[in-house]
Design a protein around this ligand. Structure first.
Ligand code: ADP
Ligand code: ZN
Length: 450
């Protein structure tokens, strides 16, 4: 028996190392056997959906039998465009009466897509989420405040059911309204909170404006941060601001949402739950598989979803498999921090730039605050990259010479990183626009201003 009973889990959840010891530490050979069995089941289910029913390769594989995980490479990829084209029902593999919830992606890069779940799917997702939080050291005795938007966005309910499954006291605070967040934290003794990283700098400012220091005036010990790319430097800043450990949480609506891959307390890569997903890394240009350790596009297949299995989904997220075993003992492989989406990259004056390269440089500088944006514009007949940087309050002074020196230094460091000298604008803390959801880091005005 792989699953442990709820009763055992509840009884000694405080002392155990893992949420599901056997599954999380399954020897690789066993894990691969389980994957193969589940892949077979998933393909059978998938073939019931109008989209995959048309797929000749799946039909053939089901007739001939699938003998190894590697055979998955014979199947076509599924792309975001496929999901959009067959919107809304084309990927549904179950009877509509069986479906009990739908979620939709945030639409960061275009029209949203939809994902359907039945009872089994939601139970499985809640369990993966609980497993993830447990790996990051969250326990039943914690008070968990979820500062994620609720509704179609998966960060709300996805976390909610996982927190409840784990057995914490949950505070479904939702996004924004920092004063209320702070009050909830203090009234109920919140020990763990989840938020997108770009929000936490703002929350910290509100703490300070209220004359409070989260390190002293809350009981927080852990933050869970995810849903958008961020650098190691930003994580360290968040940890220092709040006096906590911050764990990276990765997920995407097409693969459920949060609970896909999560850092354990080692904070060295995110375990991607391989009993629930098959993971591949491909070269986004040649579409060929890449070996462990090489960075490329993450491709994922659901193994434990019934209402809407998705086969070889091209996430567009760039990462690599970290070679070697994790000291925590979990056998599920780890992916490296996501450095962005393949389509985040922009080209300016012939240089290829990823926003996270810019963030990596900015967040290393103690003078720089937590918000920045990159504007691509067409000025004086040429393309320019303008980096607007909020400074920390204590640095935003009238000393023009000091500011000019800093501005030059930032431009210089960025040029060394992206091979192009940007225009740097230093701005007052709190002056750049902020969103309640994922941060918008790049604004491209080149086409409109030409
Ligand atoms: P959308 O694609 O519209 O933003 P989702 O809400 O499903 O919709 O977001 C999933 C995407 O968010 C992922 O594909 C990835 O690009 C990004 N993301 C989620 N978690 C992380 C993380 N921990 N680090 C970096 N990027 C992340
Ligand atoms: Zn680990």
């Amino acid at each position: 028996m792989i699953m442990e009973s709820d009763a055992t889990r509840a009884m000694d959840s405080e002392n155990r190392t893992y949420w599901e010891s056997e599954l999380e530490t399954l020897p690789r050979a066993e894990l691969e056997k389980l994957q193969l069995r589940r892949l077979n089941e998933s393909l059978h289910l998938a073939a019931r959906s109008p989209h995959y029913a048309k797929c000749a390769q799946i039909g053939r594989m089901l007739r001939e039998g699938i003998k190894s995980i590697e055979q998955i490479r014979e199947l076509p990829f599924t792309t975001k465009d496929d999901l959009r084209q067959d919107f809304p029902w084309g990927f549904l593999a179950a009877d509509k009466r069986e479906v009990i919830r739908l979620h939709s992606s945030s639409g960061t890069t275009g029209n949203p897509t939809v994902v359907f779940h039945n009872q089994h799917d939601l139970a499985s997702w809640a369990n993966l989420m609980a497993r993830s939080l447990y790996a990051a050291g969250v326990r039943q005795t914690d008070v968990f405040q979820n500062m994620s938007g609720y509704g179609l966005f998966t960060g709300g309910l996805g976390f909610q059911y996982g927190i409840e499954r784990l057995g914490c006291l949950s505070i479904p605070a939702g996004a924004g309204n920092s004063l209320r967040q702070i009050k909830l934290m203090r009234d109920f003794g919140t020990t763990v909170a989840h938020a997108i990283p770009s929000y936490l700098g703002r929350l910290h400012e509100v703490f300070l404006a209220e004359g409070l220091d989260p390190r002293r005036d809350t009981q927080l010990h852990t933050l869970v941060i995810g849903a958008e790319p961020h650098t190691e430097e930003q994580r360290r800043r968040i940890e220092a601001m709040f006096g906590v450990k911050a764990y990276n949480s990765f997920g995407l609506s097409e693969m459920n949402g949060p609970g896909v891959a999560f850092e354990c307390t080692e904070q060295n890569g995110l375990h991607i739950w391989e009993d629930a997903y098959i993971v591949e890394i491909i070269d986004p240009q040649t579409l060929e598989p890449l070996p462990d350790g090489e960075r490329g596009e993450l491709v994922m297949t659901t193994l434990d979803r019934q209402a809407m299995p998705v086969i070889r989904y091209r996430t567009r997220d760039l990462t690599r498999i970290l070679p070697g075993a994790c000291p925590c003992g979990r056998t599920h492989r780890r992916i490296d921090r996501i450095t962005g989406r393949s389509d985040d990259m922009f080209i300016i004056k012939g240089c290829n730039v990823f926003p996270m390269q810019v963030e990596g440089i900015l967040m290393k500088l103690p003078e720089v605050g937590d918000n920045y944006r990159i504007i691509l514009d067409h000025l004086d007949d040429q393309d320019e990259m303008i980096v607007e940087v909020e400074l920390k309050r204590e640095w935003f002074s009238g000393d023009v010479e000091r500011l000019t020196r800093l501005q030059r230094r930032i431009a210089h460091l960025l040029r060394d990183e992206v091979l192009l000298r940007p225009l740097v604008r230093l701005v007052e803390p709190g002056s750049l626009p902020r969103t309640e959801s994922k941060a918008v880091r790049v604004i491209d005005r080149r086409k409109t201003s030409k």
